[in-house]
Design a protein around this ligand. Structure first.
Ligand SMILES: NC(=O)c1ccc[n+]([C@@H]2O[C@H](COP(=O)([O-])OP(=O)(O)OC[C@H]3O[C@@H](n4cnc5c(N)ncnc54)[C@H](OP(=O)(O)O)[C@@H]3O)[C@@H](O)[C@H]2O)c1
Length: 305
């Protein structure tokens, strides 16, 4: 119920709930006002929380959430990118102001580089010429270096904040890990230079679950504003990042994929009959990229996470 901001009063309307936020498939039908897409187009998209359900043959989306799929990728590979790409884009481009033009002179730290968001963010920032430092565990070092990471710090080898503290300070930090990271990470930024820390691990959902929509959102607003103010006094910017559906960003990313600058990192692929196993795999953590589910029947392959 709380996932759809336009239908807060409709009790129980979501069940049975169909999961799945990424999709790559074929357009079956378009609304009368849709001009840019036509039946038969191969498209990809990241679905907003209130429309989720890509683990089904069909999914209904607005034209501005959809983009033409990269030609160089299969549907399975393409389905591994939209959600993490749109999330990384929202955090790094919309929130931190990074662009193709200004990334070359930036030092960026990605905390948690081996998962879905991290493996995409490394590649996008390297395609834009940024200097990228990544934290991950030892066994993921080869993967993240292969994606372009300039410097890798093994967080399992000892206190990661000490190892990072010996490095030149950063312009941007993307935090995919959360927990106690924000107690030390902001000290790694260049103060009084516009440097930004953005975390994707926020208490937003927990607050609305615990306190309800209105009180939860108010609590969330108070928490983020007080933290932002506290860190602003120390000369650095503190932000929360959120997934935002963005077909236009996917158009840019599609070009980068077809130019060979970004690849899909698919760790595991399951047929639809093994959806429970796919979710079990995701729940076990230690992701090295993405897990994809193939759904046949509608006209494409769809990813679960
Ligand atoms: N705010 C939003 O809208 C939004 C959207 C998408 C995702 N998120 C959140 O963003 C986070 C990252 O998403 P994701 O899809 O990339 O997750 P993921 O695919 O599960 O990847 C997390 C990665 O972090 C690694 N890791 C765990 N602890 C670490 C540590 N202390 N230091 C460095 N790396 C560590 C994990 O591997 P090992 O455990 O083997 O090291 C794993 O590779 C998640 O918490 C997710 O819930 C938020």
């Amino acid at each position: 119920m709380k996932r759809d901001p336009l239908n807060l009063n409709q009790k129980g309307s979501e069940f049975p709930l169909v999961l799945g936020r990424d999709v790559s498939g074929v357009v079956m039908e378009c609304g009368l006002d849709v001009k840019y897409f036509k039946e038969g187009d191969e498209v990809w998209a990241a679905i907003p929380p209130w429309k989720q359900g890509s683990l089904a043959e069909f999914v209904c989306l607005s034209a501005n959430e959809v983009s033409l799929k990269p030609k160089s990728l299969s549907h399975s590979a393409a389905a591994a990118l939209p959600y993490v790409a749109a999330t990384a884009w929202s955090a790094l481009v919309n929130t931190c102001g990074l662009t193709l033009e200004n990334s070359a002179e930036k030092r960026i730290l990605i905390l948690g580089g081996s998962g879905g968001v991290g493996t995409f963010a490394i590649q996008m920032l390297k395609a834009w010429g940024g200097h990228v430092t990544v934290t991950c565990s030892k066994d993921a070092e080869r993967l993240v270096r292969g994606l372009g990471a300039d410097h890798v710090v093994d967080y399992s080898a000892g206190p990661v904040e000490l190892a990072l503290g010996t490095l030149e300070k950063f312009d941007v930090i993307l935090d995919n890990v959360g927990g106690d990271t924000e107690s030390w990470a902001l000290g790694l930024l260049k103060p009084w230079s516009g440097a930004k820390y953005v975390t994707l691990v926020t208490p937003f959902l927990q607050n609305t679950d615990l306190l309800g929509v209105a009180d939860g959102m108010m609590q969330t607003g108070i928490t983020v504003a007080s933290k932002a103010l506290k860190h602003l006094c120390k000369g650095v910017h503190y932000r929360w990042g959120f997934f935002i559906p963005n077909g236009a960003a996917l158009d840019d990313i599609s070009e980068m994929v077809d130019a060979g600058k970004i690849r899909a990192v698919v760790e595991a692929e399951f047929p639809f009959s093994q959806v429970p196993q796919a979710f079990q795999k995701v729940e076990e953590g230690h992701a090295r990229g993405k897990t994809v589910v193939q759904v046949t029947g509608g006209g494409g392959d769809h990813a679960g996470r």
